[in-house]
Design a protein around this ligand. Structure first.
Ligand SMILES: *Cc1c(COP(=O)(O)O)cnc(C)c1O
Length: 241
């Protein structure tokens, strides 16, 4: 067995066990492999094991990697902070953008997606739980991407109304600061609550993208539909991605 095959088997085992604990079917949780900092050959090897969902966080790296794998039946998920000047490039290969966090980005994604002529772009609103109750840009703002929970409804309505875009759901990263720091289970319960209230207005927006290598069990137990796993499958990254 190769190292990647062994890592993947361990991650699959963790996902299955968490699904059992939660009383959920394994088919309710999709594994999205975050391939940032790893070469296209690793994506190719994992695709050979039947994986189809891959994520990247920087356009400069993602574009060439997606192009190198264009012969494979993959879906690309963009999960990094997205500048509007990168939107056109990202929309040329991405099927999902998990990091929608401001209105200006919604309009840029919409005009690029309507022009690309390959079906709607699935958009997830990135929720920054550490920004709850804070004014945008307030002192203590982590500077990481994501909108405060209070801003989700407005952004969701904008995505749902935008040509070329489909509102898919919510994404979050367990906070490093604020009330949820060090408490991923509570953070993921909170994103589950926000997802339930989103679905009252947008019933089809049922994706919850939460959980990474360190906390995928907590995310699955709280109802995540997509876990984004990098290092547990691919090994420890040589540099921070
Ligand atoms: C890198 C990254 C991941 C995966 O992190 P690991 O700890 O390597 O599993 C998940 N989500 C986002 C947004 C990332 O940037």
């Amino acid at each position: 067995m190769t190292e990647l095959a062994a890592n993947l088997a361990r991650v699959e085992e963790r996902i299955s066990r968490a699904c059992d604990t939660a009383g959920r079917a394994r088919s309710e949780v999709a594994l999205v492999v975050v391939s940032k900092t790893y070469p296209a050959e690793d994506v190719r090897e994992l695709a050979g094991f039947g994986l189809t969902q891959f994520a990247e966080n920087r356009d400069q790296e993602a574009g060439p990697k997606a192009a190198a794998c264009a012969d494979l039946p993959l879906n690309w998920h963009f999960v990094g902070q997205l500048q509007t000047n990168k939107v056109r490039s990202v929309v040329s290969y991405a099927d999902y953008v998990h990091s929608v966090d401001r209105l200006r980005l919604v309009s840029a994604l919409s005009s690029a997606a309507t022009r690309r002529g390959r079906g709607p772009l699935h958009c997830l609103i990135q929720v920054a739980l550490e920004k709850e109750g804070r004014a945008p840009g307030a002192a203590g703002d982590s500077g990481r991407g994501g909108v405060a929970p209070e801003g989700v409804a407005e952004l969701a309505d904008a995505v749902a109304a935008a040509p070329g875009l489909r509102l898919a759901g919510l994404m979050t990263v367990a906070p490093l600061s604020g009330a949820y720091a060090g408490a991923p289970a509570a953070a993921f319960e909170r994103i589950g609550e926000i997802s339930r209230s989103l679905r009252e207005r947008h019933p089809a927006a049922n994706m919850v993208s939460a959980g990474m290598s360190a906390d995928l069990e907590e995310a699955i137990i709280a109802g995540a539909t997509h876990v984004r796993v990098g290092s547990a499958v691919l090994g420890v990254r040589p540099t921070l991605g």
